[in-house]
Write a protein that binds this ligand. Structure first.
Ligand code: ZN
Ligand code: ZN
Length: 100
């Protein structure tokens, strides 16, 4: 899993979301409900990025906050800002901080 930090140089929109699948080693040794895969979506109603676990039983392609249909981002990293729709998005990828 990676932390994606999105920043729009046009309108100042900013969002930080963890995306990707949970640890691969964990999947191989321990196939259980902890397996998660977060993907990036746009909520058009709120004009922002949201992430969702596609393996979650509750997820049906709808925004958890308002129930509207989400549009999946298929190209990573995205260039278009969900808020102002300009192609001025800058993406930074970082590894999650190791807590050990
Ligand atoms: Zn913007
Ligand atoms: Zn929403």
């Amino acid at each position: 899993m990676q932390i994606y930090h999105f920043k729009c140089e046009g309108c100042g929109y900013e969002s930080k979301l963890p995306l990707g699948s949970s640890d691969l080693d964990q999947i191989l040794t321990d196939v259980n409900a902890d397996y998660a895969e977060y993907r990036l979506y746009i909520c058009k109603k709120e004009a922002k990025f949201v992430h969702a676990d596609i393996h979650s039983r509750d997820f049906e392609g709808k925004c958890p906050a308002d129930g509207s249909d989400l549009a999946e981002i298929k190209e990573m990293p995205p260039v278009r800002c969900p808020r102002c729709n300009q192609s001025k998005l800058v993406t930074e990828e970082t590894k999650p901080v190791d807590h050990e």
